[in-house]
Design a protein around this ligand. Structure first.
Ligand SMILES: Cc1cc2nc3c(=O)[nH]c(=O)nc-3n(C[C@H](O)[C@H](O)[C@H](O)COP(=O)(O)O)c2cc1C
Length: 171
């Protein structure tokens, strides 16, 4: 982590909505058993007097298993030169392939044991606070159920997590 500087969540200057919409890797699990997937739905907020992130993950993702079963996860943001790797991690499942081996990304582990990636520009370590799932009943615009669910996949799990550590690549 020598080439990263540690920041407080409130010191992040990048446009996080922009960064999330361009895709990130969500990574969860332990040193000898973890998985990563690409995501472009998520958010950041200040809630319960803490900086938090929200992520939205369909139950059928292999990564969801790790998110459900570990207390922490990471969000890794990359520059555009990693588009190919992000597309790979967003179209293949860790059930079938070894994403680390296939992408050549380098996993590192935080003090808490959370997997992160050395090639990222910005890294957020997050501690789960609240887990829920979308409920069909509460969609006010039912067309969205057809647009995003049914054959397209299961209703997303919602993870709200405290941002406990932030590292930014030192230029
Ligand atoms: C650009 C992009 C954004 C994605 N965003 C999400 C997302 O926010 N939530 C989600 O559940 N899946 C999302 N996916 C799909 C997962 O990344 C994909 O299903 C992946 O293969 C799951 O891997 P896993 O089974 O190893 O967990 C996205 C895929 C791409 C390519």
């Amino acid at each position: 982590m020598d080439n990263f500087k540690k920041l407080k969540a409130t010191e992040i200057t990048q446009n996080l909505i922009g960064l999330i919409s361009k895709s990130m890797l969500i990574t969860a699990g332990e040193r000898d058993n973890f998985n990563t997937m690409t995501a472009s739905w998520g958010g950041v907020a200040f809630l319960w007097n803490k900086p938090v992130v929200f992520i939205f993950v369909r139950p059928e993702r292999y990564t969801n298993y790790f998110l459900e079963n570990t207390d922490t996860f990471s969000l890794s943001f990359f520059d555009d030169s990693y588009k190919k790797q992000l597309l790979f991690c967003g179209t293949k499942s860790g059930k079938d392939v070894d994403k680390v081996k296939e992408t050549g990304l380098t996993p590192l582990f935080t003090k808490e044991g959370t997997p992160i990636f050395a090639e990222a520009e910005l890294l957020l370590e997050c501690k789960k606070l609240y887990v829920d799932k979308f409920n069909e009943e509460f969609f006010l615009d039912k067309d969205m159920l057809e647009q995003f669910y049914g054959e397209k996949g299961g209703l997303h799990r919602i993870f709200i997590a405290e941002v406990t550590n932030v590292w930014q690549k030192d230029e």
